[in-house]
Design a protein around this ligand. Sequence first.
Ligand SMILES: [Zn+2]
Length: 452
Amino acid sequence: MEYKPTIGLEIHAELKTNSKMFCSCKNDPNERHPNVNVCPVCMGHPGVLPVINREAVRKTIKTGLALNCNIPETSKFDRKNYFYPDLPKGYQISHSGGSSLVDFNRAGIPLMELVTEPDLSLAKEARRFAEELQLILRYLGVSDADMEKGQLRVEVNISLSKGQKLGTKVEIKNLNSFRTVERSIDYEIERQTGVLDKGKKVVQETRGWNETKGTTVSQREKEQAHDYRYLPEPDLPTLHLNKKFIQEIKAEIPELPQQRRKRLAQEYNLDEKSIEIFTFNKDLGEYFEKVMSELRNWVKEVDVKEKVGKDEFLKLTKLAVNYIITDLQGLLKSASVLGEDFLITPENFAEFLTLIYKSRISSKIAKTVLKEMFGTGADPSHIIEEKGLTQLTDIGEIEKIIKDVISKNPKPVEDYKKGKENALQFLTGQVMAVTRGRAKPDTVQQLLKKFL
Ligand SMILES: [Zn+2]
């Protein structure tokens, strides 16, 4: 039988702040030594006084504003007292050699919770939502939102229904990859359909994801709000936010992924795939735009003499996209263009593209030049001068080489005359080798045909 799934998400993101939420201990997710960043406040000693982290509040408000949420003028703090079956002491323990190990470095790290309306109905939608949220958090600089490091966690609420009334909700906790978000929802839809089809009732509960089996597993029956024993926090005052403070934060919101996609499409006429690469990889996208701005300057300078029209400029844009996405990313591997080791300035990259555009270098030579630029940071004209890599455009010189290759390779020449096309490829290769890749293969082939 067909049921309508209703899905809501609850997402936790660790905020990127210098210090923890209520004390001045360092918020360092990469700290490997246990209990380095601790103090009586984050260890929960009695009698200590917590202080709210202003930066964490700012970043949370910034996220709210970026997502078009309403920001309440006042917020009060409650303390949650709840016995977690998997967290009896309120902190994580692991057993090693019979002793109990505890690390408080992560205690008190600011965590932001984002709860959606039950507005989604497909596993794929939920995944895309979480992926886009990750991107927004990164654009805002509020969280690195790395799922593998536990900086972003997704919980799914899902129920099935046939009519208007929503069905019983099941919660899937602690999903640590986008793939498991999608898979666990698909699994739950199937499982709950099975339960309902048998005329049974879905139990309201919390389930976890078993990666090995690819199933959700019951963890505990769902607690109610009163189970958490909320108490108003006596040591933290109510937070009053004035409009000016909120306006200030609003003004700091940068261009967001969706705006960037639109702009990249309008300004550069890029295809969807390139837009996605330059949006997801923000640094690379910004580098591309800097290169394009250099190219625009170059076009302005040469315009009078050589005329680079609109269509021609589109060709240059395509060159920039291809060389940045394919060749440059290949050299970078997973490093960033913002890294200290990255030496190619946008000016040099733009110049490199104009050399290809003007056929000063072949695409084969271009790869060598780019590699050299990547390694040394030298400018491309300098590299091609120094290494004698300019494109061979002197037809007379190419013809001389061709005649020489023909006389030295009688067998392939004969084969070609008998109709073997492969022989032409071989001869072209020989000519290219003599010119060290400096001739244009098209030109070489045309001239070869003439002489054969
Ligand atoms: Zn502390």
